[in-house]
Design a protein around this ligand. Structure first.
Ligand code: ATP
Length: 339
């Protein structure tokens, strides 16, 4: 999936200085005209590229918050997460795209990104809203070798990675508190900025995981709460609404994938959350406080005691019984509101 455009952009970006047209021709085995065409395309997309005769081309400035296959792929410094990048201006659901690619044999680490998902999916058949130019919606395809019963923890690994990446992007933003609402919603100042959906496909023999897709949708540059549909206006927010900052979504994706690679390695060491539990719990919303567990079998309240090594939420009921809440069908709320 690497294109000449991605390669040329990567080379300009990494060099930070002038790169001669001849160097680019030699490196990629294309003509000067081909290089010139790509440079013009990049300029049209908003990259400021200086060209000086005798010296070549220099990337003076990027286009700001901008998503494209080349922009994303040329930035990634990850080892395997994003080894292949597919980008769509609009798609149904990046999870569905990743599953299709999974069927077609796409490798572990393939990432699908879209500006708009017109049929974004949440858990239990619920929807996920995105508005053009504001959200970071992506899915990563994994081909793990572990047993299927470990898969539900991957969603916690991604939640931690998104929370850490968001925190690093917002560094210095006063009063921006990033937490995780168990198991995998990311919450900024008590409102939801990110939802996730993990889906697993088994091999035809049903004995091994064929692939897992982990999708995350983050509200990044929505300028005001009015941009969200009425029914989620009270519980949803964006990074920009909370901090006043316009965030570069390709940069945020890069940070998430870097954190995910590291956290995934730690997870693989023990195939459970024991190595990540402390970091996860540092972000866990409502620990030590009363939570409402919305279990389809009956709602109950109790005190959140954090997670165990399997990523289950421990909820201590009034009679002292500690319930291990399994992520599958359950949502957790604060006593009086969303968190
Ligand atoms: P919870 O119901 O506790 O938010 P969940 O994990 O069950 O968590 P998800 O599957 O993550 O929910 O997300 C789906 C829900 O998120 C939708 O039903 C809707 O209430 C809400 N939602 C949809 N789009 C957005 C958005 N862009 N920002 C914030 N919330 C959204």
């Amino acid at each position: 999936m690497r294109t000449d455009k991605t390669d040329i952009l990567t080379m300009l970006r990494n060099s930070g200085d002038y790169v001669s047209g001849q160097q680019l021709c030699d490196r990629f085995g294309v003509t000067r005209t081909a290089i010139w065409k790509v440079i013009n395309q990049l300029k049209e997309e908003g990259y400021r590229i200086e060209s000086v005769s005798g010296r070549g081309y220099r990337l003076a400035e990027g286009p700001g918050d901008f998503l494209s296959q080349s922009e994303i792929a040329s930035r990634l410094t990850t080892k395997w997460a994003g080894c292949k990048v597919y980008y769509y201006d609009e798609t149904g659901s990046t999870n569905n795209d990743a599953k299709r690619l999974g069927e077609e044999g796409a490798p572990h680490g393939t990432v699908v990104v879209a500006d708009v998902q017109n049929a974004g999916k949440g858990r239990r058949g619920r929807g996920w809203q995105t508005l053009s130019g504001t959200a970071l919606s992506f899915t990563i395809l994994l081909r793990p070798e572990f047993a299927p019963d470990k898969a539900s923890m991957i969603t916690l690994v991604m939640a931690l990675s998104v929370a850490e990446a968001v925190e690093s992007v917002l560094e210095g933003a006063q009063d921006a508190v990033t937490t995780i609402k168990w198991p995998n919603d990311i919450v900024l100042n008590k409102k939801k900025i990110c939802g996730m959906l993990t889906e697993m496909t088994m091999t035809p023999e049903m004995d091994e995981i064929q692939y897992i897709v982990v999708g995350a949708g983050t509200n990044v540059n929505n300028a005001s709460p009015e941009e969200f549909q009425e029914e989620i206006r009270k519980t949803a927010t964006s990074l920009r609404i909370e901090t006043g900052r316009q965030i570069d979504r390709a940069d945020l994706l890069e940070r998430i994938l870097l954190r995910f690679e590291d956290n995934y390695d730690v997870f693989l060491e023990t195939l459970d959350m024991s190595g990540l539990r402390e970091a996860y719990q540092k972000h866990l919303q409502g620990i030590g406080g009363v939570v409402r567990v919305l279990d389809p079998a009956g709602e109950y309240t109790g005190i959140s005691r954090g997670i165990n090594e399997r990523g289950e939420l421990l909820v201590e009921k009034e009679d002292g019984e500690v319930v291990r809440v399994y992520a599958g069908e359950v949502s957790v709320r604060g006593l009086y509101g969303y968190v």
